[in-house]
Ligand binder design. Structure first.
Ligand code: ADP
Length: 382
């Protein structure tokens, strides 16, 4: 059947692409990927892999013309080419205009405000000089958070400004200024929607931070919040995908504030780090769900089979070069530990090289095992 099915093309061939390719492999599904080099994580597992730059107009256009449906595993793709492909009759999920809105943190934030979706107070400013002027004029006061409107990723386009002294950390260019939220917990909900208008949502997950490094240490499913808070989060995530009128997967990052409010932080219209655990702990993985959603297939059950803890496996500090996985075998010995290594050839300090999902009915036990994996699986050079 799938030989005759429409062909799906994905822009991007990193770890998210690899996990989409593995899910597609279960169905022998016709799928192809576009990314720079055929030693990227996806290439080995993709039915087809095309070398090219997803930021380049001509590369995206040529690639898209060989597909029926086009989707992404990263937002920062050439949207002009996608708009042209849309004109030529291709199905594109998420739609290019939605991608343009989401890629710009300012437009995204304005969308929440226009649709009465709860988010922190904000203003949009043209550059860092204007930020300083607004402070001098008394229109802006410390503390606040500054985010670049373009390509931020993993906190790199975010500055927390608490005092005059922090002004040297100001990022240049057009920016979004947000109120500094008093965060109790950072949580996320992944939702999916198809052209038939079906919507499904995964259980709420929670990020647990390492208090010393201030980095996400564990991603826990289900989150330890009240039933009511979980319901509000779920409703919000569904409202965002409906109001965006978006097809595909949408990861909705939320803040639970100290006062008990739930605010939308930002969204990503693709599989997301906060959904990696679904491979091992839910009925349908987020990667299979993405394929189902963009191909307008029936959506899969999002029910949790077993609680889980997900740990990102980062390159050890001080090592750059060909990756070597020290402690791999001792981790394989631990019941419930599922290792997912992305196969990136080069490790760098704190680069995401893989993740481990630990499934266990007892979340405390899962965390203990997660800590064991973190301490024992060291990604370095030989
Ligand atoms: P990125 O897209 O780079 O992941 P985010 O917008 O998610 O950027 O911000 C990164 C982190 O910064 C969040 O996970 C949160 O810890 C912190 N943060 C972001 N916005 C705020 C805010 N308004 N108030 C307090 N902390 C914030």
């Amino acid at each position: 059947m799938f030989q005759k099915s429409k062909k799906l093309g994905i822009l991007g061939g990193g770890q998210l692409g690899k996990m989409i390719a593995l899910a597609a492999g279960n169905w022998h599904f016709p799928i192809k990927f576009l990314d720079k080099k055929s030693d990227f994580p996806t290439a080995r597992y993709a039915a087809e892999f095309v070398e090219g730059n997803f930021k380049n107009y001509d590369d995206v256009l040529a690639f898209g013309r060989t597909c029926d449906v086009i989707s992404i595993e990263i937002e920062h793709v050439n949207t002009e080419a996608l708009l042209q492909l849309e004109k030529e009759g291709k199905t594109i999920h998420p739609a290019p205009e939605k991608l343009i809105l989401i890629k710009d943190k300012g437009l995204q934030k304005q969308f929440y405000a226009d649709n009465n979706l709860p988010t922190s107070a904000f203003q949009l400013l043209d550059n860092e000089e204007i930020v300083k002027k607004e402070i001098a004029n008394g229109n802006l006061s410390f503390p606040f958070v500054q985010k670049t409107r373009g390509e931020g990723y993993d906190g790199k386009g975010v500055a927390v400004i608490k005092s005059e002294d922090d002004l040297r950390k100001l990022l240049s260019g057009p920016c979004l200024i947000e109120e500094l939220v008093d965060i109790e917990k950072e949580i996320a909900v992944i939702v999916a929607r198809n052209e038939m208008g079906e919507v499904v949502s995964y259980p709420v997950v929670e990020m647990e931070f390492n208090p010393v490094a201030n980095l996400v240490e564990f991603l826990i499913c289900p989150s330890d919040i009240t039933e009511e808070q979980a319901e509000v989060s779920d409703k919000l995530a569904r409202a965002v995908i409906e109001k965006l009128d978006l097809c595909g997967l949408l990861a909705v990052e939320l803040f639970l504030t100290k006062k008990g409010e739930i605010l939308i932080n930002e969204v990503a219209p693709r599989p997301h780090n906060s959904g990696h655990h679904t491979i091992d702990s839910c009925f349908t993985s987020q990667f299979e769900q993405h394929i189902r959603a963009v191909m307008n297939l029936p959506l899969g059950s999002t029910k949790m089979k077993i609680p889980s803890v997900m740990v990102n496996l980062l390159g050890a500090d001080g090592f750059t070069g060909e990756a070597f996985y020290d402690g791999f075998e001792s981790c394989l010995n631990v019941e419930g530990v599922n290792l997912h290594l992305y196969g990136k050839t080069v490790t760098k300090p704190f680069r995401k090289m893989g993740h481990a999902t630990i499934v266990d009915k007892d979340l405390e036990e899962a965390k203990r095992k997660g800590k064991f994996v973190k301490d024992n699986l060291i990604i370095k050079t030989k």
